[in-house]
Design a binder for this molecule. Structure first.
Ligand code: FE2
Length: 426
């Protein structure tokens, strides 16, 4: 007897009329038209059944703090960092945990069941580290929370940061972070990349550094990150986040850089909502888009994910844990409008992000965890277009969230009585 059998689902790769069988929290079979005794059957009605959304880059310690103690007037990264510095001494563990748990509720409602969150370790109390480790433990039944030890004030610029970062790793933080473009000089930035990669190699940790988050065409820490990855044999275990300066770099230089990133197996995470709002604040017109070169990275075989980065915090006043909104913004900013490119944008918030996090048992295949989202859309492109309603969200075969279908009642002569905005003419 199965625990759950989903019928008539469309999968992201285009397979239709698929059944997904679940027992003991795992997918036991994926095939067309399966029939078997089951405790519960769900008719997907031909709609898209996707593995859950994955956010590869987030800051859960700052989320939902918008307006505390004031809002970011200039809209810049640097004022956001200063504002966060004002807020840090006022933080309490209870408030941090409460805000993070509230955000995780939103995430589950939106079918977002895995998040890599950076956590600021530049606080002698390591309050945010303790809080997010507590949150990680509490949400574990329904959400995978992976933590990155992030030295927000610079691992060399803050003289105690390396010690605090190592304490955070010892407490159970999973990944080594960094922020080389915020160190005092380019040389210090490069040194920070070297030291942090050596630390990760010594401790067997993954690496995910904020890298070149500026409009400076000469900010080149991603080059150092790729070099150190090669030197230390960390291929496949290292990620550069943001990399916005690549937008502004010289084209010849980028033609050399992209193969180096690919050769080192370094992944890239772009954060479209944040990059399009924080970057180019010093430009007049024309204004740069400030997002890294996503299609070109993909063309070189680099794994690229889109992250949300911020929701209602010192850097960004909007957001709702909706990774389809993130994918939509990435698609628009990068002009990824071909059929294949739009599908890559969906992968950037699902499978590609899961790969970067090294998530185990992810996907809709036999033997994977029974984690999936039934979307009110017929395929990944329609899901992005509609930011489709998450009709049902499952974790280990149990329903953890559901939402009513989005339909509007119409009162128009000679027209249908309802519309869902799904395109039936395919
Ligand atoms: Fe970030």
């Amino acid at each position: 007897m199965l625990d759950l059998l989903i019928h008539n689902a469309t999968l992201p790769d285009g397979r239709t009329n698929m059944s997904v069988a679940v027992q003991n929290g795992r997918i036991t079979d994926v095939a067309p038209g399966l029939q078997a005794p089951t405790l519960e059957a769900v008719d997907a009605k031909g709609l898209l059944l996707s593995p859950p959304f994955v956010d590869a880059h987030f800051h859960m310690d700052a989320t939902l703090s918008y307006g505390l103690p004031r809002v970011n007037a200039s809209g810049t990264l640097l004022e956001g960092i200063a504002l966060w510095g004002e807020l840090k001494p006022q933080l309490t563990q209870e408030a941090l945990v409460e805000r993070a748990l509230a955000y995780c509720d939103w995430a589950v409602a939106k079918g977002l069941l895995a998040i890599r969150s950076h956590v600021d370790i530049c606080d002698p109390r390591l309050l945010a580290v303790e809080a997010l480790l507590e949150v990680k433990r509490r949400v574990a039944p329904y959400l995978d929370l992976q933590l990155v030890a992030f030295p927000q004030d610079g691992v060399l610029r803050d003289p105690q940061a390396m010690d605090k970062l190592q304490r955070a790793l010892a407490m159970g933080v999973d990944v080594v972070g960094g922020i080389p473009h915020f160190e005092r000089t380019s040389e210090q930035g490069a040194l920070s990349v070297k030291l942090l990669c050596e630390l990760a190699a010594a401790q067997g940790k993954l690496v995910d550094m904020h890298c070149d988050e500026s409009d400076d065409p000469l900010s080149r820490h991603i080059e150092t990150l790729a070099f150190e990855t090669q030197r230390l044999g960390l291929n496949g275990r290292v990620t550069g986040s943001h990399c916005t300066s690549m937008h502004s770099m010289d084209n010849y230089y980028v033609s050399k850089l992209l193969p180096l990133i690919a050769e080192a197996g370094v992944s890239i995470i772009s954060n479209p909502l944040i990059n399009i709002t924080l970057q180019a604040r010093h430009d007049s017109y024309p204004k740069r888009r400030g997002m890294t070169r996503v299609p070109e990275l993909l063309a070189h075989g680099v794994t690229v994910a889109f992250g949300h980065d911020c929701v209602m915090d010192p850097w960004y006043s909007l957001g709702s844990a909706d990774m389809l909104e993130v994918a939509s913004m990435g698609l628009h900013v990068a002009q990824m409008t071909s059929q294949a490119a739009m599908r890559q944008c969906f992968e950037a918030v699902t499978t590609s992000a899961a790969k970067i996090l090294h998530l185990e048992g992810y996907g809709i295949e036999k033997g994977c965890n029974a984690d999936f989202v039934l979307l009110q859309a017929q395929d990944p492109i329609e899901a992005i277009r509609l930011r489709a309603t998450r009709l049902q969200v499952f974790r280990r075969g149990k329903r953890v969230a559901q939402s009513p279908a989005a339909t509007a009642a119409l009162n128009l002569p000679g027209r249908p009585q309802t519309t869902s905005l799904m395109h039936s003419g395919r």
